[in-house]
Design a protein around this ligand. Sequence first.
Ligand SMILES: [Zn+2]
Length: 125
Amino acid sequence: MNDLLKDLVRLQAIELKEIKEKNRDSIIQELRSRIPPPILGHYDRLMVRGKKGIIAVRNQVCTGCHMKLPLAVVMTLMKQEDIQLCDTCGRYLYLPEEPAAPPAEPPPAKPAVKRGRKKKAAPSA
Ligand SMILES: [Zn+2]
């Protein structure tokens, strides 16, 4: 991911307390000093309105407004050429780096077979 986007995502996560950092204030300060002021300004305007300033793209859809994004926007993000804004909601966009994909389906749960540990007081008749 573009370093700038990484910084924005991290900043947002810390500011929204999605991730906890010990030196929260100094990390925020450091991140903010790295992000160009116009970008930070736009991000802050969104955050002030209670919106996330940067939002993930999934399946070519902005997860902020659920509008499909032009392929060119997604391609630019993939190539890490530039930062992109969602045309509809005006948020910065990023492609989440998928962590080691969790298995799509959980393995089928085995039926809990109870072994006859319990002694059945079978009436012998
Ligand atoms: Zn959007």
